[in-house]
Design a protein. Sequence first.
Length: 475
Amino acid sequence: MTAYDRSLFWFRRDLRDDDNAGLHYALASSRQVFCVFVFDREILDALPGRADRRVEFVLESVAELRESLRARGGELIVLHGRAGDEIPALAARLGVAAVFANEDYEPAARARDAAVERALASAGRRQHLAKDQAIFARDEILTQAGGPFVVFTPYRRAWLAKVDDYYLKAYPVAKRAERLAKPPFATGLPTLASLGFEPTNLRALPVPTGMSGARRLFADFRSRMADYRTARDFPATKGVSYLSVHNRFGTTSIRDLARAAWKGKGEGPATWLSELVWRDFYFQILWHHPHAATGAFRREYDAIAWPGRDEHFEAWCGARTGYPIVDAAMRQIAATGWMHNRLRMVVASFLVKDLLLDWRRGEKYFADHLLDFDLSANNGGWQWAASTGCDAQPWFRIFNPVTQSERFDPQGRFIRRYLPELAKVPDRFVHAPWTMPPLEQQAAGCVIGRDYPAPVVDHAAQRERALALFKAVRA
Ligand SMILES: Cc1cc2nc3c(=O)[nH]c(=O)nc-3n(C[C@H](O)[C@H](O)[C@H](O)COP(=O)(O)OP(=O)(O)OC[C@H]3O[C@@H](n4cnc5c(N)ncnc54)[C@H](O)[C@@H]3O)c2cc1C
């Protein structure tokens, strides 16, 4: 039974044509389904620079999606404009009765979708949104008292108690692919230049794009999933999945990943599943507590007047803090648009509790540079490190960057990969090179202050200042 003669499916952060809930529902309820992707000027114009790996990643992924839809007998209409204008206009041009898409929980996306829904409704058209990017969203997981969870462990317990084959099942597209329609006009694909962007180094990075890239990464990770728990904290080791950008843009199905982890045996799959649950957890935090997008989740911490200095922020961004683990991590994000999770925690803690800078400055830097930038996960991660978040690192627990370095990069393999100036520094000094005697510095070709900076702050002293800042607000 089809409800509509024609409808339109609008791809956003779900750039795949299989196991796509919204596309599945569009095909199930329409005789003909047109497909569109909009390079939204509102998003593109707000990006910090005109060379942005994300635009390139999306363009390549859209190109693959278009080929795949064509192979199924359909087409992808690709537009460049304000989505809020383009979608109602295209719906009118195609004469569709409904627009289908997948839910997006970010505040700006919710506002956009509400505006599009109003514009469509004023012309007698419907909008249907499906859950696709999370396993459980909004208020699907609530406490026994009926409120949202703010602590992860009980949320995870409730998530695991609720999940079953139903929630992890795929939404196939192939079965009704003959309903994919071609528009009665010619369509093209923009170029990076026509979108107003310049090429980045994305192609030189080991970041495969599109659905095929996600499949390749996941196939590789599945063979390593059993070791995830023991390997995931060591940035020099290939221990994690590297799938975050694919989770961000939906070039993979989260149900597919969660199903593999849920059905897997042992601690590796269970630990990886927990990471996917963190993703849902932060989505629902922002959904229920939108104030956290701009301020502290625990509002009392908005009162902290962060005394950090601008030149220290510049040193952090520019990988010149003098703490090798921090600097190597900051070079990793600049060079690749990705940073290992352990290092995200270390550099975030360092910015807030060693440099005493407002966590939002670091959050913004990550938002500008991460290929996998996701408002909920990034905000959650920063507020965790800053101790301002819902289920955060306690305020009195402050990472020591040297100890973290010794523990998670014992031979300095990661550090040396990104800081070649420390290549010859002996292992015992690589975590704190300023402790190297002058003769050793000469021998290693790494004179502190000349070849590598002295530490910009003293960790022990800054730790005391950070504790005092928190104590003052708590008092
Ligand atoms: C300060 C800070 C900022 C962060 N910013 C982001 C961000 O903008 N986007 C982002 O996707 N992740 C963010 N994370 C979470 C995490 O660091 C990355 O998801 C992870 O490093 C990505 O690598 P991976 O795909 O190999 O992860 P894996 O270890 O293989 O994990 C699998 C997937 O689980 C999800 N995931 C893992 N950890 C988390 C987490 N803590 N919160 C939410 N989802 C998680 C991701 O989708 C990831 O792809 C941040 C963490 C911190 C501490």
